[in-house]
Ligand binder design. Structure first.
Ligand code: GLA
Length: 410
């Protein structure tokens, strides 16, 4: 399926590294940088969200799967409070003391890693200093949660290396929920991105062969069997490679608009607005922008329910229209799509996709297309042609299967 040889397109899909490949790379980088063997290697996946976009910070539902593409962290515990970090993707290493990490103190990629150690410490966990070498095959800046994969790989390492871990064991789902919360704090408070938590939940709590039905009101999860191959389907990810220049400000703005609308409507989060009450809620809002944002959130949560109902009915091949409606809502009401995403979605549908939508935060990043098994090469060709015709830069592709959560690999 992800094998090049079955592809007529000249563009190969981006393969995930095996455990062995990731361990070899991360270990070699660790030894080269620090002159010792690591205590172990831990890996955490990126994710694609099947449906339920911009619902997490509204207390809503989302349905991500973990990708086979993972970030590998080779880690060695230190006896002091120092942290030394290197990454195969970054030319500049980072070194500092855990005592100096706090909001506003660390910039760039290291803020995700140092931030995780800081947040675990804030949660009362006995975190020590450490050395880490990071290697990853999660496409970077593609809306596939390379940052959650980075946070997750280091978080599970630190949890396992800590003496006297408090609370539920780090490998139980309860323990993972707490670790995911710490990763969200790292991202919100140290890296400065006001993201909602779906990505970390997917990376730390998903199960192979299942989609993760995440209820962001209370963090509860259900594992929904998700076997596309059995239904003669596959999920193609189109990484548009579009630069998302405005993403941070726009994301925070969407979130602020939703929070203000919820306050105006007298509810804790927009999750509390049932679809039957949507029209009445919209009538209580003063401006068209807030109305459109609220309409997206409420209808998107309903679409998650519809998608899951179809899965539970054994009708995965019928989810296409639900995906399409999600894209329309994200494009028109939430206004987070862009030309590249719209071109990818339209071309995939024209080439036979059953449904297609942008996935993740938007403004660039990736789209997903549900396609008949074996048809990915034609869809890839069609999307490439559409990008070229529209004068857009070349996209990249991968095939998503529902992979397992983060864990130790060596
Ligand atoms: C980004 C954020 C998530 C979520 C999605 C949109 O991926 O990190 O928390 O809000 O956007 O669904």
């Amino acid at each position: 399926m992800t094998d090049d040889s079955t592809t007529s397109s000249s563009t190969p899909v981006q393969e995930a590294w095996s455990d062995q490949q990731g361990v070899a790379r991360a270990t070699a980088a660790f030894v080269a940088a620090f002159g010792e063997q690591p205590d172990g290697v831990w890996a955490a996946p990126g994710r694609v969200n099947l449906i339920g976009e911009h619902t997490d910070y509204n207390g809503g539902l989302a349905l991500p799967i973990a990708l086979p593409h993972r970030t590998f962290a080779a880690v060695r515990r230190r006896g002091d409070r120092r942290v030394r970090l290197i990454s195969g993707r970054e030319s500049i290493p980072w070194e500092g003391s855990l005592d100096d990490v706090g909001p506003g103190t660390v910039q760039g990629w290291a803020s995700y890693v140092a931030g995780v150690a800081w947040a675990l410490g804030e949660h009362g966990q006995p975190v020590t200093g450490f050395d880490a070498a990071i290697e990853s095959c999660v496409p970077y800046g593609s809306g596939l949660s390379s940052s959650a994969a980075l946070e997750g790989s280091v978080a599970v390492a630190l949890a396992e290396l800590a003496d006297h871990w408090h609370g539920p064991a780090a490998d139980t789902d309860e323990g993972r929920a707490a670790i995911a919360e710490a990763c969200v704090r790292a991202e919100n408070e140290i890296a400065g991105a006001s993201t909602g938590g779906m990505d970390q939940a997917a990376s730390l709590r998903a199960r192979a062969g299942h989609a993760l039905l995440l209820d962001c009101r209370d963090g509860a999860v259900e594992h929904e069997p998700f076997d596309l191959a059995a239904a003669g389907l596959e999920l193609l990810v189109v990484d548009t490679r579009a630069p998302h220049a405005l993403v941070d400000g726009q994301y925070a703005q969407r979130r602020a608009t939703c929070e203000a609308a919820a306050a105006r409507l007298g509810v804790a989060t927009l999750r509390e607005i049932e679809p039957e009450r949507l029209d009445a809620a919209l009538a209580d809002l003063d401006d068209d922008v807030s109305r459109a944002r609220v309409r997206h959130v409420v209808t998107e949560i309903a679409r998650v329910r519809a998608f899951v109902a179809l899965l539970r009915d054994g009708r995965v091949s019928d989810v296409g229209p639900v995906m399409d409606a999600s894209h329309t809502s994200l494009r028109d009401d939430y206004e987070v799509s862009c030309t590249e995403l719209d071109v990818a979605v339209a071309a995939a549908r024209d080439a036979g996709a059953l449904g297609a939508r942008m996935t993740g935060g938007g403004f660039g990043g990736s789209a997903i297309a549900l396609v008949p098994a074996g048809s990915a090469p034609q869809v890839i060709d069609a999307v490439e042609r559409a990008f070229a015709d529209a004068g857009l830069g070349a996209p990249a592709f991968l095939v998503a299967t529902a992979a397992d959560r983060a864990g130790r690999v060596a």
